[in-house]
Design a protein around this ligand. Structure first.
Ligand code: HEM
Length: 526
């Protein structure tokens, strides 16, 4: 009985004293700590879709664009300060080369099964160099015919919904999800089944990642944040097995099935003496397998690393290939469908912008466009940028961790302090963008000031900026071009104003924020 009373008191006192010490340290480091003794607010805030609103409110209360909270027992610095974000992400990258790991994720240094998003130090540099090459302009050119075929199949699907004059789409987000997941399955994994409408990839994927709305951390993760001492118990493979969701496991199994299909096809081709035929399209998976190597490497992961001097071995293990595929599926599918959904919502609400693009960039083009033409569509690209300025929906991906104590301006960053970047702050700053900051005005991208250029960061900043940016732009521009070439776009949902401001969004387990309104469209044939 006495133990039952004493134990909670002892735990409470322990947590109180531990966190009090952490707050005092954050205060001494000039990081404006927000006091919340058990770190519960930080835990709830950082995973909520209203995170950026809370951050912005907090900044104006404090009178500084940088402040800190405790997420359970972990100090987290949140910043909307453009100069500080660039200093951390670019100038002093050598001390901030890693991202915040998931609390119960595999160890980014010792585990075999790590992708570049989670990788640290020299291992990250190796995976990044390889992937950047796999998605370079030269390789994207090779990917373009496959991407273009996918867009044609998507258009066939849209056309098949037409009553002869118009197409009514009630849930544009799911339409685009179907499309982008199909593009990814074919471009990244060389998936051969040509069946846009029955897309298995999307089914498995949305079950694994689409169900969460708010506060998506599991109870085990929340406990591990408050009591990091319990991490080892939850990471224990026996307990971990029970914690792993069945739907996520199904997703992994599906990826493994795609990978093994890919390998068997290659083996059959090799046995038949067929190699690199005209029809053997480039795929990211094929590229990774060209560099497959199980050689054990010794790579520095901790502390300050002079990244420019790191010598990169272009090799990748089987486990790393699998992990890469997992992350690229998430990043490549979800981010592009969110953007297309929001972009078409804006275009439907801004017929003047739509007409301008059609007249200047689309009307006189043939149906089948080339890689070069897609790359040159400036007005369309500006619309995508303006959509991403208003909704930088991949913001939860933008994090760093300090790997060696470092002082930037008045802020002292201690080792292992986590940093969360809030691009919503600079993207909606009236002083940077002017009084029409909340309006959809793509023309602002025709002539950006230096300050605006630095403040625009939907793909992140510095060497860890999104590696799939060019792939994403190519896919989104090709899709939007073909849609606008055939149809004028109108909205059929009354949930938003002209600038789409009231679109509701929720955080998902993919680490991005999805529109939850249905955002219906009506397409009228031109
Ligand atoms: C509109 C589309 C997209 C947006 C808005 C977006 C946004 C982002 C953001 C904000 C980050 C974090 C950057 C940072 O921490 O500074 C990121 C990282 C990443 N993205 Fe994207 N992304 C998009 C599409 C894609 C696509 C299509 C792929 C793959 C084909 C992809 C693959 C990745 C990878 C692998 C990383 C990790 C990079 C690293 O750690 O070095 N993304 N993305």
């Amino acid at each position: 009985m006495i133990l039952l009373i004493l134990l909670p008191v002892a735990i409470f006192t322990y947590v109180f004293l531990r966190n009090f010490k952490l707050y005092y340290t954050l205060h001494k480091c000039g990081l404006n700590p927000r006091f919340d003794i058990f770190g519960i607010k930080g835990l709830l805030w950082l995973d909520s879709s209203a995170a950026h609103e809370n951050f912005t409110r907090m900044c104006s209360m404090i009178g500084d664009q940088t402040f800190s909270v405790l997420r359970g027992a972990t100090p987290v610095v949140i910043t909307s300060n453009v100069d500080l974000i660039h200093a951390i992400s670019t100038e002093h990258f050598d001390c901030f080369h890693s991202r915040i790991p998931e609390i119960l994720s595999d160890d980014p240094i010792t585990s075999d099964n790590i992708h570049m998003f989670a990788a640290k130090g020299e291992r990250w540099k190796r995976l990044r160099t390889l992937t950047s090459y796999g998605l370079s302009t030269v390789k994207l050119k090779l990917l373009f015919p496959t991407m273009d075929t996918c867009v044609s199949e998507f258009m066939d699907h849209v056309n098949s919904l037409s009553d002869g004059q118009s197409v009514v789409i009630n849930h544009s987000h799911s339409l685009f999800q179907n499309h982008t997941s199909y593009v990814l399955a074919r471009c990244a994994y060389g998936h051969k089944e040509k069946n846009h409408r029955v897309n298995n990839f999307l089914g498995v994927f949305s079950k694994a990642f689409g169900n969460f709305a708010e506060l998506q951390k599991s109870t085990a993760e929340k406990i591990a944040y408050i009591f990091p001492e319990t991490k080892l118990i939850f990471k224990n493979s026996f307990v971990g097995h029970f914690l792993k969701s069945a739907t996520q496991q199904k997703f992994l199994d599906y990826l493994l099935h795609l990978i093994s299909n890919f390998q068997s096809r290659k083996n059959v081709d090799n046995n038949n003496g067929i190699c690199c035929t005209e029809n053997d399209h480039y795929s990211l998976l094929g590229f990774f397998f060209e560099h497959h190597n199980e050689k054990k490497l010794i790579e520095k992961a901790e502390g300050q690393i002079d990244m420019k001097k790191v010598k990169v071995e272009k090799s990748i293990s089987y486990e790393e290939i699998t992990a890469q595929c997992k992350f690229i599926s998430v990043a490549g599918f979800d981010t592009t469908s969110n953007t297309l959904t929001l972009l078409f919502n804006f275009l439907a609400n801004n017929p003047d912008v739509q007409d301008k693009i059609y007249e200047a960039e689309i009307k006189n083009q043939p149906e089948q466009i080339s890689f070069e033409t897609v790359s040159s569509l400036r007005l369309l690209q500006n619309c995508i940028f303006e959509t991403l300025r208003l909704f930088p929906h991949a913001s939860p991906l933008q994090t760093r961790i300090c790997t060696e104590p470092f002082k930037i301006g008045k802020y002292q960053f201690l080792e292992n302090v986590q940093i969360v970047v809030n691009p919503w702050g600079p993207h909606h700053d009236r002083e940077i963008w002017g009084n029409d900051v909340d309006c959809f005005r793509p023309s602002r991208f025709e002539n950006l000031t230096e300050q605006q250029r630095k403040a625009f960061m939907p793909f992140g900043v510095g060497p860890r900026q999104c590696v799939g940016m060019r792939f994403a732009l190519l896919e989104m521009k090709t899709t939007a071009f073909r849609m606008l070439q055939k149809y004028s776009v109108f909205t059929n949902s009354p949930v938003h104003d002209r600038h789409g401001k009231t679109v509701r969004m929720t955080v998902r387990d993919t680490g991005t924020i999805w529109p939850t309104d249905k955002l219906g469209l009506v397409l009228k044939q031109r």
